[in-house]
Every structure is written in C-alpha cells, then in structure tokens.
Design a binder for this molecule. Structure first.
Ligand SMILES: Cc1cc2nc3c(=O)[nH]c(=O)nc-3n(C[C@H](O)[C@H](O)[C@H](O)COP(=O)(O)OP(=O)(O)OC[C@H]3O[C@@H](n4cnc5c(N)ncnc54)[C@H](O)[C@@H]3O)c2cc1C
Length: 496
C-alpha cells in the first residue's frame, strides 16, 4: 500500500471545492477492503484520527482533515459487475460518477443520480447522499443503493442489504462479519419533508443501510457498493427556455412541477412529467454569457427542463410543453431545444458552468463559499425565494441564484469582493438558513454539513438532537477516530 507523508505531495488532500483547508500527517492509499481494515484497526488502536477522502469536490470541508491521517479510496476504482438481466452494478468506492454513468449507458441501462459536478466518486456520493437534476424525478443517490460493505471505525466489517437489516423501532442491531453484535440507539427526530442531506438519516424501523448513506465519512468507510439500475430512456427531450419576466419563469416551473407530480400518481403517459426542472436568475445568466453568448441579453431568467419520451409521444408532449411556455410568456424564439445528444450535453455544461464559476470565483478571492443549499416544502418556496433574494439584493453584495427548483431547492451564492463583504454575506446566509428552518425546510438538501455548517445544523435540530447524533456516533466509533469535526460540533462530541 502506498503511504505519502511528504507535505508537498499531499497538498491536494488538504482542501476541497469550498476552499476549506486543513492539515494531516500522511495519506494512505488502500487497494482492497482488507487494507482499509488494516488502516482503520491500527488507527482505532492508537486513537489516530482518520478522514476519508473522495475526489475533493465537496463543498463543506467534510473531506478536509484536521490532523491525523487521510484514507484516500482512489485506488479502489473498479467497476466489478454490470448485471444486465437483474439491472444492478457492483462497484468499488472510487469509481468516477461520470465514467460509471457512461459505462452504464453503453450497456443500455440508466443510473439517474447526476450531481452537477460528476468528477466525484460514487462512494463519496453515497457518503453525502448526492443529488442532481434528475433527483426531481428519481430521488437522490440513496434511492439507488441496494447494498453496501462498510468498514466500521473499530475495524470490523458489515454487509448491509436494503430490506435485510431493519432497526427495531429506533434500535440498530448490527451483526459484524466476525459475528459480533453492536447495538446502538438512533435519534428519533423528525426529518424535514423535503429533499434533505443534513445530519444522520434516522427513522423508526428504517433500513440500516440508510444510516450510512449521507453519514459524511463519520460512521464507516464504504468499501463495496451495489447499485440499482434502470432501463435507459429511449429519448430525452431537453430545453432551456428564457423569460423576460422572472416571476413568469418561476410560475412556469411551478406549473410544470405540479403537472409532473400529478402525472406520477396517475401515469397516463399523456402529460408533462419532467425529469429535471432547473432555474437560473438573471445574475446567473450574466455570469454565463461570456461562455454562452447565445443567451438572449434581455432574459431575466431561464428554466432548463428535461423529459423522457418514446417516439410515438414526441409531438404530443412537445405541444404540451410549448403550450405551457406560451402560457407563461416564455421567449420561444430564442429558447434552446436540443435536437441531438451533443446539444443535450451542452445544456448540462451550461448548468455545470454556473456552479463551477462560483467555486472558481471564491478560490480566486481566497474566501470560503457562501452559498445556500436550502430546500423548503413546495408550498413555501416562492415566499422563501423572494425573501432570500430581496435580503441579499438590499445588501448590495453581488450574487447569483439558481438551482434545482423542481425540488424547491435554492442555491443562492453570494460573491463577496473582500473580507468585509464576506462577513456581511455570512450574516445574511445565517438569516436565510433560519428562514428555511422556520418554513420547515432543511439547511442542506444535497451538499451535507461537513465542517462548515455544523452551527446551522445545531440551530436546525437543537442541542438535544445533536447529542443524540453524537451518542450514535460514539456507539459506532467509541475511540472517536473517524471523520472528526463533520456534522457534530466537537465541543458536544467531546462531552459524550
Ligand atoms: C461545481 C460543483 C457542483 C456540484 N454539484 C453538486 C450537485 O449537483 N449535487 C450534489 O449532491 N453535490 C454537488 N457538488 C458537491 C460534491 O460534488 C458532492 O458532495 C460529491 O458527493 C463529493 O464527492 P467527492 O468524490 O469529491 O468527495 P469528497 O469531497 O472528497 O468527500 C465528500 C465526503 O464523502 C466522504 N467519503 C468519501 N468517500 C467515502 C467512502 N468510501 N466511505 C465513507 N465516506 C466517504 C468524505 O469523508 C467526505 O465526508 C458539487 C460540487 C462542485 C464543485
């Protein structure tokens, strides 16, 4: 196994895409589950903190170590099986999402989770319960995890299969592969009824595998993965529609969302049923215009939508969408309709570019990212969006807002120019998160908590519930070695 401790060689393991920086003594590169067991058992014996690294695209500092060692899974990057008949895949944790999706597609199958940044590892996507545009129809990564192999912080291994190990009420009973029994109490808080990735996933009588999905490298190292696959859609309709009035774009999107949700209950095959519904405000469009000069200059907002279809239904669906575009005064003449796969990919690049440019901007300014990842129940979204946007607009700090609005999920990214504006932006950010919680939403719908949002999670769930999370963590990780500083405030963790 390779171990690197030369600081020049390990710099890239000390930060992530949020520009959060840390330090560590060495980076370990296991090539098999047994090597992971070796590293973790030794660290557990010595009490050495271990931070698990994926590919470093996280936006919360979760993979950034604050001492101890880093365990990089990057050598475990093989697709072991694509089962065409039973439609599943078995992969190692460091398979790149974009490569996996391509291989699946080449086999005429479909893996819907599509985080905007696909240069990330499947194992990390599971650890963060990553989402993407297609989450609107197919749910987050969690919906596609059939089974996991996990190396627990004590060095023992468990195999968790969906449907096989359920908690008893709120009691988790794990039998390790060595035959040892671990019993832990899981928290009994209520999670927001929205897209959600903040803190441990806990429910009465839940699947044990779900506890590890979204646990941000704090409860175990994911060493093997079985994923559900679907049939590849025959065709996907894809369009970016521009609007001269922002509220028209929002209303268009809300209507498309409601029609889609209604269709999913009835399944007539005769209605709008969006796969993705993404929004861009004027500032986001201005941010992109240099790279995408076809953006109409008068556009105040845009919506990117996708829908699966079969050939015989194309004309009908196209009419449904164009009627909706007309109803909400979309700029049909200047809108973009993909007529082939390449153009469809170009729309994805358009969506990716806005997130990427934000990360680039904050890295240039050497600041941390101040961007919301909030979702609220659909009925409150319009209120939440305008509240957030007006607050930032009044502050005069520059910002872009965009996101997975089909899921009522807002990325409002502030673009402070300096340290003074950064501090001001942080105060506004806190107000927006407070509002999201007031409206029964979540402070993180997809990026997770990591080290940057622990304070806000504390506000969202209250200290009593964070203590319950800490007790669960301590039960699975008695020597407190794994993913320290993620999710739970260290001051609370210390006193458990
Ligand atoms: C431009 C841009 C756009 C983005 N868009 C999206 C988006 O649309 N949706 C979304 O969900 N996210 C998005 N992200 C965030 C990021 O891509 C995801 O959080 C992704 O899951 C991180 O993967 P990674 O391989 O880079 O992991 P890292 O950042 O290296 O690690 C993330 C977390 O996973 C843990 N981890 C990694 N591997 C394992 C393992 N094998 N076992 C246990 N824990 C592990 C780490 O300890 C850490 O807590 C975006 C990021 C950028 C920069």
């Amino acid at each position: 196994m390779i171990i690197k401790s030369d600081q020049d060689q390990i710099q890239s393991y000390l930060s992530d895409a949020a520009n959060y920086r840390g330090y560590c003594d060495a980076v370990y590169f296991p090539e098999s589950e047994s090597e992971i067991v070796e590293i973790i058992s030794e660290a557990n014996r010595l009490g050495t903190p271990v931070t698990i690294a994926g590919n470093g695209t996280g936006l919360t500092g979760a993979r950034v170590p604050e001492g101890g060692i880093v365990l990089s899974t990057e050598k475990m990057n093989r697709i072991i099986e694509i089962n065409l008949k039973e439609k599943y895949a078995i992969v190692q944790p460091a398979v790149l999402v974009k490569e996996f999706k391509q291989v699946v597609e080449n086999n005429n199958l479909f893996y819907p989770p599509d985080p905007t940044e696909q240069n990330c590892f499947i194992g990390a996507n599971i650890a963060t319960n990553a989402s993407g545009a297609k989450t609107f129809k197919y749910g987050p990564t969690r919906s596609f995890v059939l089974a996991l192999n996990v190396v627990l912080p004590n060095g023992e291994t468990v195999k968790l299969e969906r449907g096989r190990q359920k908690t008893d009420n709120y009691r988790l009973n794990l039998i390790t592969e060595n035959g040892n029994k671990i019993v832990c109490q899981i928290p009994d808080y209520e999670m927001p009824q929205t897209k959600h990735a903040a803190g441990y996933f806990c429910k009465k009588n839940m699947d044990a595998v779900d506890l590890f999905i979204g646990s941000e490298g704090t409860l175990g190292v994911i060493s093997g993965i079985k994923l559900k696959l679907l049939d590849k859609p025959q065709h996907i309709l894809s369009s970016v529609v521009f609007f001269d009035v922002e509220q028209n774009a929002l209303n268009f999107l809300y209507n498309a969302r409601n029609l889609s949700l209604a269709e999913r209950k009835k399944i007539t095959g005769k209605s709008i049923d969006a796969l993705a519904l993404e929004f861009f405000d004027k500032n986001a469009l201005s941010f992109l215009i240099e790279d995408f000069p076809r953006i109409p200059t008068k556009a105040e907002a845009a919506v990117w939508f996708e829908q699966e279809y079969v050939e015989s239904n194309f004309d009908f669906l196209m009419n449904e969408w164009t009627d909706l575009i007309d109803e909400f005064k979309g700029d049909e003449n200047n809108s973009w309709f993909a007529s082939n796969e390449k153009e469809r990919e170009n729309f994805k690049d358009f969506r990716h570019a806005v997130s990427w440019k934000v990360s680039e901007y904050i890295a240039q300014k050497n600041l941390l990212k101040v961007g919301t990842d909030t979702a609220v129940p659909h009925r409150y979204f319009d209120e939440f969006y305008h509240y957030s946007k007006n607050l930032v607009r009044e502050s005069t700090i520059e910002f872009v807002s965009y996101g997975h609005f089909g899921n009522s999920h807002l990325h409002l990214n502030m673009l402070p120019k300096n340290e003074v504006e950064y501090k001001k932006a942080k105060r506004l950010y806190e107000k927006i998160l407070t509002k999201a919680v007031e409206l029964k939403g979540t402070i993180s719908a997809e990026h997770g908590i990591g080290k940057l949002k622990r304070n806000y999670l504390l506000k969202m769930y209250g200290k009593e519930n964070i203590i319950k999370m800490a007790k669960l963590k301590k039960c699975l990780d008695p020597n407190l070695i794994l993913g320290l500083g993620n999710i739970i405030e260290p001051s609370i963790m210390k006193n458990i």
